[in-house]
Design a protein around this ligand. Structure first.
Ligand code: GLN
Length: 530
């Protein structure tokens, strides 16, 4: 039984974990609490036995009972500490659950524990954590790979079968990057689709809660549970806004004449095309007709720094889709090249404001309390002692770009670039943006955009130690544009090169990006065609 096996594996691994003695013993530091976990696993196993057919999607959909979930450490959980992998929140046990936690438990899922991450979500390799780095492979070996970040612990928990699904947050690629590096499926919904109530904010205008799983079917199942309006989060879409999205979706429907109905094997006689192929083609036909048939390939994403294997996987995916009858359309998103710089001005700016409350007075206890009234020294001393170097760097960057002298040159410019990135996306999609009233249906537009998730396969951890922060920021070059525009995006494992035996260090992720609010098309596309 799946769960039994994983329970045994947890016991075995935790005994030999180099981090034994840490309250969060786990596989390579992915941060789950085994003493808590085992009780929950037993419960899950009982439920599992009572589930009639575990492999039947329909059975699962009616009863999520026994599905296990791991939750990133920046999402509130009532019975477990929430620390954002930072010393400033050490031992903080929130008095209530986040909306996502509540929804998962209500649906019958079992929250197993919290997962390690980059401190406050700042990083791309899950190595900036107060609990130590998360690694894919034994951290003492040279072969240890990056798990991606900042939801690296969540991804590792799923990859190691500790949980069926993991919840993470994606501000600039934190779900998609770990999914790509670990050959998993990672989904970031449209901004505002899933409530952020009870999620420790990093950059409010970019933060989204997302899902990591082994299959797109699990993502769909979980997304179905989580996409609910929530009055406690003012940025969470109301039922009324969701209706408007549906209207926008209906407007871009393709007529039968427009779709390439006659050329699909679905309509060839049974003797020529085998039933399985016909079924698949029919599926594709229905999908093409109602959702997607044109695939956009932005030329600006073909950067010189892209690893050859990534470029190969991208082209192979596109030719596979072309064979299926999808139309591959070269498109241009000219502002893409400025998106990364814009993100790394905006995200630290918002973070510096959000993190101002961790000053040793409202959270945590400073090591020394200056006897005089020098609050400045108290705050800076506390931050110096308790925040990691990356977080300190971001706070400094953010306060600088928001300061009166620098605001116009950095923050305002970055906001302008952000608007341009959003406009670029709006110009290429067939579906009009649901909240831009005047937007016409772009008949020649594309339905989804397909690009790689990261410019390279996962790097070795040993090289990350000497690499500067800018090198780590570079990993987000393909993920931040969708974040800046608030678009839904899913990363799925890319094809494997036939000439090389597959290895974890050759993992490549392929990303599907859709128009705002088109979340289900993106998931459906990934589930059926990639
Ligand atoms: N790597 C990005 C950053 O450091 C993304 C982080 C995230 O999405 N939480 O800001």
């Amino acid at each position: 039984i799946y769960l039994k096996k994983s329970a045994k594996a947890i016991l075995r691994r935790s005994q030999f974990s180099p981090h034994y003695g840490n309250p969060y013993i786990s596989v390579n530091n992915s941060l789950l609490r085994p003493e808590y976990l085992l009780g929950r696993l037993k419960h899950a196993e009982r439920l599992h036995r009572s589930t009639a057919n575990w492999n039947n999607y329909n059975a699962l959909k009616s009863a999520n009972d026994g599905y296990t979930a791991a939750i990133k450490d920046n999402i509130l959980t009532k019975q477990l500490p929430t620390t954002c992998a930072s010393r400033v929140l050490k031992g903080f046990c929130p008095p209530q659950n986040a909306t996502v936690t509540k929804l998962l438990e209500k649906a019958g899922m079992i929250v197993l524990g919290k997962t390690n991450m980059d401190e406050f979500g700042m990083g791309s390799h899950s190595i900036n954590s107060a609990y130590g780095a998360v690694t894919n492979g034994d951290p003492r070996r040279a072969s240890a790979l990056s798990v991606g970040g900042s939801s690296g612990g969540s991804a590792l928990a799923v990859a190691q079968d500790l949980a069926h699904i993991a919840i993470g947050t994606d501000t600039g690629g934190s779900i998609r990057l770990p999914a790509a590096y670990m050959s998993l499926v990672g989904f970031k919904p449209s901004y505002g689709m899933i409530s952020r109530y009870g999620v420790v904010p990093y950059a409010n205008s970019l933060d989204t809660v997302g899902i990591i799983a082994k299959s797109a079917a699990d993502i769909r199942l979980t997304f179905d549970i989580l996409r609910r309006p929530d009055a406690s989060d003012p940025t969470c879409l109301t039922a009324q806004s969701r209706k408007r999205i549906q209207t926008a979706k209906n407007r871009r429907r393709v007529s039968v004449l427009e779709s390439n109905i006659l050329f699909t094997p679905a309509f060839t006689p049974r003797e020529i095309a085998p039933p399985a192929q016909r079924a698949r083609a029919r599926n594709m036909f229905l999908f093409q007709r109602s959702f997607a048939r044109r695939i956009g390939v932005p030329l600006e994403y073909n950067i010189a720094e892209m690893h050859p294997l990534v470029r190969w996987a991208w082209t192979a995916t596109l030719s596979h889709l072309q064979m299926y009858g999808f139309e591959i359309v070269p498109i241009s998103l000219p502002s893409t090249k400025h998106a990364l710089s814009s993100y790394y001005v905006l995200a630290p700016a918002e973070a510096s404001s959000n993190l101002a409350k961790y000053d040793g007075v409202r959270y945590g206890t400073p090591r020394t309390r200056p006897s005089d009234d020098d609050a400045g020294r108290l705050f800076s001393g506390y931050r110096h002692d308790n925040l990691g170097p990356e977080v300190q760097r971001r706070i400094l960057l953010g306060t600088y770009s928001l300061s009166a002298g620098a605001m116009d040159n950095y923050f305002i410019q970055a906001q302008k670039v952000r608007r341009m990135v959003q406009k670029d996306f709006d110009a290429v999609f067939r579906m009009p943006h649901p909240f831009h009233e005047e937007a016409p249906v772009n008949k020649d537009g594309v339905d989804v955009i397909i690009v790689p998730t990261a410019p390279t396969p996962p790097p070795h951890v040993r090289f990350l130690k000497d690499a500067g922060p800018v090198e780590s920021y570079m990993n987000d070059v393909f993920t931040v544009p969708a974040s800046l525009a608030g678009l839904p995006a899913i990363s799925v494992p890319g094809p494997r090169h036939p000439d090389f035996p597959w290895k974890a260090e050759r993992a490549v992720g392929i990303q599907v990006i859709g128009q705002y609010g088109d979340d289900f098309s993106v998931i459906y596309f990934a589930q059926n065609f990639l």
